[in-house]
Design a protein around this ligand. Structure first.
Ligand code: PLP
Length: 464
């Protein structure tokens, strides 16, 4: 039975399906390098897609599906691009929350990046993989005493303090350890990043940081400067996620430098560091236009220098914390199609063997993704599709609106690109799904860096 196609979107006379979609791409077999990792190519003869020199059929056979396939060469070259863009006068902290594993930590260490962690678990992964403690920054709005203890005992380079309570708690712990812990104070600069409401973090009405405009940030500085266990070295700001427009960062940088000037005026102290956070956007679809690290570095460095010159300050050392912009584009999720269900006049539902348990971002943030048939090429007409998972939720959507070839069939492999960030790290066991493995590929070799969960893993925790 042939399924109806939508050569130019929904057909005339159809009920208009709701959703966001543009006209189908001219060539469904083309893999846009903006959204696919560096070494992904489709073989001109067989039509099968490969990454790092390995074809997806072989990867699916060896490692099963669903699986996150991570392009190590791409990851390393993005690390280098960030490192080189910021040079030796600045620090790049990879935001571990995007995706952290011990292999990732080793690559970061080798490529000269630092790491930011936001839980005792992430800290343990970073330390056990050999990241020097002084290259680790520890974040979080409610770090437990045990976590602060762990961080101080390990000798982490920076703790980013988020509240008055934490200032006192951390100072006390540091004193007990006989050290002065270097800290930054996280401030909210009142910039609301142009992105989804739930992932914008610098407006005033939210849980992170001490507000600049309300005077809490200045009060935090006053208190930090009086505490014996703390060495206040700088100010931290993070304005949101998936941001393309540098204007928000510019305003944030200007306000942070303004605070440095106030601190100099009030205390006669010039803080030597500022951290402008992460949040740089990546291309999930061909419509997204991310900024390059070199452009970001130039823009941030210039604004900080200019503002410091105007305020009579020595420019502080800058740090940034990209997570998504490094790991996001380096991986795709490989799924096998299980069922294909056409809803006449609406769209075709393509069910894959994973779903919201391996990618919650679509359900949580209304995120947009692309998808492609990767186990073969096809000359069939484009078919308006929704890629859904196998969970017991109608909101279990992986890709809301996309065009796939109309001859798509059960057994085909499809891949969703740009799933390196906030997918494995936010994965769940909903419906007792087993979290997929992360398979790193490089120069014709593949290895599992995080293995697939097994039912034994689930049963081990369920002690009855
Ligand atoms: N730094 C901080 C403080 C964050 O909260 C986050 C993300 O929430 C990041 C860095 C990383 O953001 P992204 O992965 O969007 O670059």
């Amino acid at each position: 039975m042939s399924r109806s196609a939508h050569p130019a979107g929904p057909r005339h006379g159809d009920v208009m399906p709701e959703g966001h979609f543009t006209a189908p791409p001219a060539d469904l077999n083309r893999l846009d390098p903006k959204v696919w990792s560096q070494t992904v190519v489709r073989d001109a003869g067989s039509g099968v897609v490969s990454v790092g020199g390995l074809d997806v059929q072989a990867l699916a056979e060896e490692f099963g599906t669903p699986a996150y396939i991570l392009d190590e060469q791409d990851f390393r070259s993005r690390c280098r691009a960030w490192r080189e863009a910021f040079g030796t006068d600045a620090d790049v902290y990879y935001a571990g929350k995007a995706f952290l594993s011990r292999a990732i930590v080793r690559w970061l260490r080798e490529e000269g990046l630092n790491v930011d962690v936001c839980s005792g678990g992430e800290l343990t992964v970073a330390l056990t993989a050999g990241m020097p403690a002084e290259r680790i920054a520890f974040h979080g709005n409610n770090k437990s005493e045990a976590e602060l203890e762990q961080a101080v005992a390990a000798g982490v380079g920076h703790v980013v303090v988020d509240s008055f309570d934490e200032l006192v708690r951390l100072s006390w712990i540091a004193e007990r350890h006989g050290v002065r812990q270097k800290v930054l104070i996280r401030v909210t600069v009142g910039v609301e990043a142009h992105t989804h409401e739930f992932i914008a973090t610098a407006h005033e009405d939210q849980k992170f940081g001490l507000s600049l405009s309300g005077g809490l940030a200045a009060e935090g500085v006053r208190r930090a400067l009086t505490l014996d266990g703390l060495e206040l070295v700088g100010i931290h700001s993070h304005i949101g996620s998936q941001i393309f427009d540098m204007a928000g960062f510019e305003v944030a940088a200007r306000r942070v430098v303004g605070l440095l000037a106030e601190i100099k005026g009030e205390h006669g102290v010039e803080l030597p560091e500022i951290d402008l956070g992460g949040g740089l956007g990546i291309a999930y679809t061909s419509e997204d236009d991310p900024r390059e690290p070199a452009e970001i570095a130039k823009s941030l460095t210039e604004i900080v220098r200019r503002e410091c010159a105007a305020a009579g300050l020595t420019p502080p050392r800058i740090s940034v914390e990209p997570g998504r912009a490094i790991v996001g584009p380096t991986a795709f999720t490989l799924y096998r199609v299980g069922t294909v269900k056409e809803l006449e006049g609406l769209r075709t539902y393509v069910s894959v063997d994973g779903g919201m348990s391996d990618n919650i971002r679509t359900a949580l943030y209304d995120a947009e993704y692309s998808v492609a048939l990767v186990s073969r090429a096809s000359t069939a007409e484009p078919m308006l599709s929704r890629v859904v998972g196998k969970h017991c939720e109608s909101g279990d959507i992986v890709v809301k609106d996309a065009f796939l070839p109309a001859d798509l069939a059960p057994g085909d492999l499809v891949a969703v690109p740009a799933t390196g960030a906030y997918c494995r790290s936010m994965a769940s066991n909903y419906n007792h799904a087993l979290k997929p493995p992360v398979v790193a590929v490089s120069a014709g070799a593949a290895r599992v860096i995080v293995r697939r969960e097994t039912e034994e893993d689930l049963l081990r925790l369920d002690i009855g």
